[in-house]
Design a protein around this ligand. Structure first.
Ligand code: PEP
Ligand code: MG
Length: 754
């Protein structure tokens, strides 16, 4: 086997010279294939680029028929080149023609060649094309040659990604810049058009080719050492103060930082002539390509950890710190991140944010709650979102369908712009309804209240004309904080809430933590079923200190004005009675110390654990009001995890069993004269809200964006008629089916906007 005359370093030096020549991109590419072929002593060297129509096109060749350049095109899964593009892995064959995937193209004159080596052109894990060399003999390519070709491929990938070759393919662009339509799940409603801002900007490696290999090895070693000791520090500190990144993750990262295979691959890449940072990026790109093709969630997570580690190394080597949260934002910014905490989102200037796209984050995640509060459209669970786009790319977040359009074509962009215009027009119509009382056509007044949890929510009160706040989720203050909010901080928030709401009623819910709502600064409990675990009022009763501090802050903030407090996750009447006793003790304490008390203090229970359905008369006797948490009630009634997308939509809250549950609550509460509200998500959906009114509910609490559509529905509804429809349907619903179709038909027939 002939050894390459100059080795990989000489090859890279030659490539650098070729890159620097002031010639056209095509001439440069033509020169590059000649340099590569000469260096690895191959008769053929070809570059195939993936185009936006998903074909692989021959862009340059040394050795094959030149006429075939920009003419030979194949499907992205065709032939050996397609196989490499698909697998994102190198392929080395001593006799290519006997490989089952070999596809013969007569125009190229390939029949003379036997040995074949191809490597993918990768960037951030995406395949941009394929680089191949061929020989007439049946030779075997050495590991060094494969490595050298991969290193070279990286230089070519940068050329493609930079858009330099964009104009070369007739009638189409390269796939590196193609439009992508990705799918996720809706986190926050709305449509946003703008440009990508990476929450953790990709580190730009500017110098790819090493001047001095020994010096680069030393830089790489030093950076690895520094990152290792930083991780050791983190692990140690985490032990002492129990904060920050969880120990398990850090331990994994530490393990990777000592992974011999990973370190060896980076060193080899430097030896082949790359700078230390380019070597890290090359190995990271291979890793990302694996990650994208990995369907096992555990292995994907591990590859993500490795990716994080590579980022740490890159940051150290390039001196680029992540711009991160709070960074300067251009207008119309759409944040793209793998994951992001609610506090990080709040650090950005919301007036410039048009949307958020996350690789993680389900609909009930904290970031989703904050995005909704800020009115920023958001889509989560978008696979590989951060690898799909580059900073500054045009992007559309469709928080209605859950789609994300990266680099959309002009038709798509125009269609969305039109949709945004229509939505704005509809919003204007809703705004016109702001001061119109929500009264049905047959004269029944429906109370429309807001769900809130952050100060930014309070502005929506005046904007929407809501009657008050039906659910204030106090845990949000705790969830977005870096440490446990002090009594004074809690009191200050509640004072601000009362100042903003004035005379309008506010129902404050005590801390609903545990389950999916984890506080980063509280020790994490390992529970098999956290949704059924130690959470909400259970923590409040077992460890009353936390609850007492909160109740005292509430009672003091509401001095001289009415206060409504409700308890989450009440499962038995006894729990409510015990919580009430704690409130009474706090009141007595404040009275003793001469503090003014609320003018009126009412205590309510959330109905969200099904056991309360069987104590509904008793709870309606002892509580001053009830509030139906339909999100949890449906979760527990049907035993469907509200976080688990596979089952979350399995049962319709308008099926017979659910309707019986809702009706039972409304009828018994009304009969006992106990006010009842629905504050789960269904109260904010017009068709469901219409059904709830038909079942006897008169107060609904919802997110700000729902007030307009729900009021429009109420204004055109006859409450008696819908009650009759539900009665008739329930009398017939022997199979327990959903009555949604009947309700939809009713709405349509009566022109009710749902
Ligand atoms: C509910 O469970 O319906 C509810 C309103 O509370 P949360 O969504 O905060 O659990
Ligand atoms: Mg709940």
């Amino acid at each position: 086997m002939p050894a390459a005359p100059g080795g990989p370093r000489l090859l890279l030096r030659r490539l650098r010279e070729a890159m620097a020549e002031p010639v056209s991109p095509q001439a440069r590419l033509d020169r590059i294939v000649v340099v590569i072929a000469a260096n690895v002593i191959a008769e053929v060297c070809s570059v195939y680029v993936l185009r936006d129509d998903n074909t692989l096109e021959l862009f340059a060749t040394e050795g094959l028929n030149r006429e075939a350049v920009h003419l030979t095109r194949m499907r992205a899964d065709e032939g050996l080149v397609g196989l490499i593009a698909q697998t994102a892995e190198p392929l080395s064959l001593s006799d290519a023609q006997t490989h089952p995937a070999f596809s013969y193209r007569p125009e190229t004159g390939e029949e003379a060649y036997h040995a074949f080596l191809g490597v993918p052109l990768l960037r951030a894990g995406n395949t941009l094309g394929v680089l191949t060399v061929q020989n007439k003999t049946y030779r075997v390519y050495s590991d060094e040659e494969i490595e050298a070709l991969q290193t070279t491929a990286m230089v070519l990938s940068e050329m493609i990604a930079s858009g330099e070759l964009q104009g070369l393919a007739p009638d189409a662009g390269t796939a590196a810049r193609r439009a992508v339509n990705a799918r996720g799940v809706v986190l926050a409603d709305g449509i946003g058009l703008g440009h990508v801002v990476l929450h953790e900007p990709r580190i730009v490696v500017k110098t790819l080719i090493a001047e001095n290999v020994e010096a680069e090895i030393a830089r790489l070693e030093a950076a690895i050492e520094a990152v290792r000791s930083a991780i050791d520090d983190l692990v140690e500190r985490g032990d002492k103060i129990g904060t920050g990144e969880s120990r398990e993750v850090l331990e994994t990262v530490r393990m990777f930082a000592h992974d011999k295979g990973w370190l060896r691959r980076m060193r080899e890449a430097v030896v082949s002539g790359l700078t230390a940072e380019a070597a890290v990026e090359r190995v990271q790109s291979d890793n990302r390509a694996r990650m994208m093709r990995q369907s096992d969630p555990y292995l994907r997570d591990r590859l993500h950890d490795l990716d994080d580690l590579a980022n740490r190394l890159l940051r150290r080597l390039t001196g680029q710190e992540g711009a991160g949260a709070g960074a300067y934002l251009p207008d119309n910014a759409i944040l793209v991140a793998r994951s992001m905490g609610p506090a990080a989102l709040l650090d950005y200037d919301p007036s410039r944010l048009r949307g958020v796209v996350l690789e993680e984050g389900g609909p009930t995640s904290h970031i989703a709650i904050v995005a909704r509060a800020l009115g920023i459209p958001a889509v989560g669970e978008v696979e590989n979102a951060t690898a799909l786009c580059d900073s500054g790319d045009a992007i559309i977040v469709d928080g209605v369908s859950g789609e994300v359009q990266v680099r959309p074509g002009p038709e798509i962009e125009a269609a969305y712009a039109e949709m945004v215009r229509l939505r704005a027009k509809r919003q204007e119509q809703y705004r016109a309804l702001r001061d119109v009382p929500a009264i049905t056509r047959d004269g029944i007044r429906i109370g429309l209240h807001l769900n809130a949890g952050l100060l930014v929510d309070l502005g929506h009160l005046n904007e929407t004309g809501a009657e008050g706040i039906g659910l204030f989720r106090t845990e949000l203050q705790f969830m977005v904080a870096q440490r446990m909010p002090s009594a004074a901080e809690q009191q200050a928030l509640y004072e601000a809430v009362f100042a903003a709401t004035g005379d309008r009623p506010v129902t404050i819910r005590t801390l609903d933590i545990g389950g999916d709502k984890i506080l980063p600064y509280m020790p994490k409990l390992e529970e098999e079923n956290p949704a059924l675990g130690w959470r909400a009022i259970r923590i409040g009763l077992d460890r009353p200190a936390l609850l007492r501090v909160q109740l005292r802050a509430l009672l003091r903030a509401a001095a001289g004005r009415p206060l409504k407090i409700m308890f989450p996750m009440v499962a038995t009447v006894d729990e409510f009675v015990r919580a009430k006793a704690i409130v009474d003790r706090e009141k007595a304490h404040l009275r003793r110390h001469g503090h003014p008390l609320p003018s009126d203090c009412r205590l309510g229970a959330m109905v969200e654990v099904p056991s309360l359905l069987f104590q509904i008369d008793e709870i309606a006797q002892v509580a001053d009001f009830l509030s139906v948490g339909s999100n949890d009630l449906m979760q527990f009634l049907f035993a469907v995890d509200r976080e688990n997308r596979r089952v979350a939509d399995r049962f319709d809250p308008l099926c017979a069993a659910a309707i019986r549950a809702f009706r039972l609550i409304a009828e018994r509460a009304n009969a006992a004269g106990c006010p009842v509200t629905v504050c789960g998500e269904i109260g904010g959906r017009p068709l469901e809200a219409m059904a709830l009114i038909g079942m006897g509910f008169r107060d609904l609490s919802m997110s700000p964006a729902s007030i307009g559509p729900i009021k429009a529905m109420v204004l055109s509804l006859d409450a008696r008629a819908i009650a009759d429809v539900i009665d008739a349907e329930m009398a017939r619903a022997h199979d327990g089916a959903s009555i949604r179709p009947a309700l939809a038909a009713f709405a349509k027939a009566h022109g009710i906007p749902v």
